[in-house]
Design a protein around this ligand. Structure first.
Ligand SMILES: *Cc1c(COP(=O)(O)O)cnc(C)c1O
Length: 332
């Protein structure tokens, strides 16, 4: 199943950084005084929420579309790019494509709420409503690839997507060359795989810790099984961490198994408390998926005393209603 031609090298991550420079924000890595005191460690926060789409996925999408333009030429992308993501990846493809002058279509089921569709259209994509499920929306993507010659931009399982997310790892190593540990939310594995590939190539001693949901953690279950498995989708405050890794996964499953040192699962109440803590102390709102690193530190008592630790605050796609739900869950 794993094809070593799909491994992601440090050279590919540097190439990604060159392509995305000026199109994607180089995000700040900022020491948190409150969290550093609380854990007796040096806690550094990587604010991916500063991306114009509010999440890191702009890195991968911009790298992939730019690389295809370079390698195959503009004519090959004349029919445009297409994807089926309801969230941060949909916005990322929309903005990356429109900045590069390429048409973009995002296929969504009719059940996806209108405000999510509007948030994607706002970044310059055409939103096509089709079917009653994510699978049916993906069927429409496949039809457009086969019949109209559109190009699929997948959310994580492509070396160009992974290399784009890996640019975060280069920035971490520049801003904190003696980093002891990085704690990363894990879903499809593009984010952790990319950061891990960069960090392990530059400083192998830096520990790479993955965090996923207590239920419906497809990558964690697949690693335990030794091959990709499907899991049931569950409601979560960290909805960006839901979804499978693809039973025909060709890139991120093998990569994550190589670069991840340890892994934790976090409860909904720990995610809620971490979101509220970040808002209270850092005065910025992050989505549940971005708060899982802090949730793992708090819930599992990871031994970080005296260490320099980076948390990836991956995105801010969260409504005030969801924040209210998180606050009600923990009573503060
Ligand atoms: C997509 C996403 C993740 C997980 O990234 P993967 O590459 O799927 O593991 C984490 N946080 C946010 C905000 C995301 O949008």
């Amino acid at each position: 199943m794993y094809d070593s031609a799909h491994a992601v090298t440090l050279a590919e991550i540097y190439a990604a950084r060159r392509r995305i420079a000026g199109r994607v924000t180089r995000t700040p890595l900022v020491r948190s005084g409150a969290l550093s005191r609380r854990f007796g460690a040096e806690i550094l926060l990587k604010w991916e929420t500063c991306q114009p789409t509010g999440a890191f996925k702009l890195r991968g999408a911009t790298n992939m579309i730019s690389a295809l333009l370079e390698e195959r030429g503009r004519d090959s992308l004349a029919a445009g790019v297409v994807t089926a993501s309801t969230g941060n990846h949909g916005r990322a493809v929309a903005l990356a494509a429109s900045r590069l002058g390429i048409p973009a279509v995002v296929c969504l089921s009719r059940l996806v709420p209108e405000h999510k569709a509007a948030a994607i259209a706002e970044f310059g994509a055409e939103v096509v409503r089709v079917g009653e499920s994510q699978d049916e929306a993906f069927g429409e993507v496949e039809r457009r690839v086969a019949e109209r010659g559109m190009t699929l931009i997948p959310p994580f399982d492509d070396p160009l997507i992974v290399a784009g997310q890996g640019s975060i790892g280069l920035e971490l190593m520049e801003d904190a060359p003696d980093l002891d540990r990085v704690i990363v939310g894990l879903s499809g594995g593009g984010l952790l795989g990319g950061i891990g590939a960069a960090v392990k190539a530059i400083r192998p001693a830096t520990r790479v810790t993955g965090v996923s949901l207590s239920r419906g953690a497809a990558m964690a279950e697949s690693l335990t099984a030794g091959h990709p498995v499907a899991v049931e989708e569950v409601e979560s405050l960290a909805d960006s961490l839901g979804g499978g890794i693809g039973l025909d996964n060709r890139c991120t499953f093998a990569l994550v198994s190589q670069v991840m040192d340890d892994h934790y699962r976090v409860s909904e109440s720990a995610i809620a408390a971490a979101m509220v803590d970040i808002l209270a102390h850092e005065k910025r709102l992050v989505e549940g998926a971005a708060a899982v690193g802090l949730a793992a530190l708090a819930e599992h008592g990871l031994d970080v005393r005296g260490r320099k630790v980076a948390l990836i605050l991956s995105g801010n796609a969260v409504s005030l209603e969801t924040l209210d739900r998180a606050r009600a869950m923990i009573g503060r």
